[in-house]
Design a protein around this ligand. Sequence first.
Ligand code: DAH
Length: 341
Amino acid sequence: MQNKLNEIREKAIAQISAATNLDALNEVRNTVLGKKGELTLVLRGMKDVAPEDRPKVGQWVNEARDAIETTLESQLKKLEKEALKLRYESEKIDVTMPEEVLTQGSLHPITLVKNELVDIFGSMGFFVYEGTEIETDYYNFTALNTPDDHPARDMQDTFYLTPEFLLRTQTSAGQVHVMESKKPPIKVISPGKVFRSDDDATHSPMFSQMEGLVVDKGISLCDLKGMLDEFVKKIFGSDNIKTRLRPSYFPFTEPSVEVDVSCFQCGGCGCKLCKGTGWIEVLGAGVVNNKVLEGCGIDTNEYSGFAFGIGLERIAMLKYGINNIKMLFESDMRVLKQLHE
Ligand code: DAH
């Protein structure tokens, strides 16, 4: 009996020591100590042992079981330690490695100018209307007092999609949509892309504008002038900037004006930026033509309005000292890196 127990014990200990994973360990535990395990069967067979021999045999069985369990326990600890070591090895971090450089993007100068304009006019109580880039001939021209064959249509070389639809040439088209859908008082700005068949150092076939419109009782050119004075001081960041209005022509305004600002680089003495004149042209504006108001169902005995159209690229070129509009469209990182806030 003692030999048999020794044999079970030696074999189990050898198998446990050779086990390289938890499954193998469990397997040994079952074959020796499980319900039908070799040692369990010996214990069950105790009834056949002579009563005087039972304490002795019982002691041998217990010793064998203790030895096996102790070996199982220490092998389990050893395997766990090895597994942990492997995990640490595989998750090792080299803290001396150089960090991955994350480059951060920034807003495009045109977006910055647009956001700034929206902020300035927003603070004056204007709401934002964004129209569509594809417009009808009616909203882009006819409703703005520029009917078919009107010579002013030649001021803007238009991309027609069909005889009725076109790529809007001006955000002024938004004025009409707003006046058709909302009763005065109206105070709206409408930023967006516009398209014209134009291409040189200061013109691009796609560019950005922001239209402004105010319609209320008793609105006059003085209100326009006062608001513009405030606006240019904010956008060019100086209280010393002056505005002047020059007579001009737009079919949808009467009278119409071009708005100049005193050169913020030379203070009006004359420099390269203002081409020696001391003044820089920044936008077109005027008092809304009664025909436009009436076409939108607004009673001109009661209401009047002013409108203005700002070229965002022009403002960006002036603000950032850019002399070629293409720089704003070429996505050249060397240029853009200098222009973010
Ligand atoms: N729509 C004009 C253009 O694209 C700009 C403009 C001029 C808009 C005068 C206006 C305005 O509202 O009153 O050239």
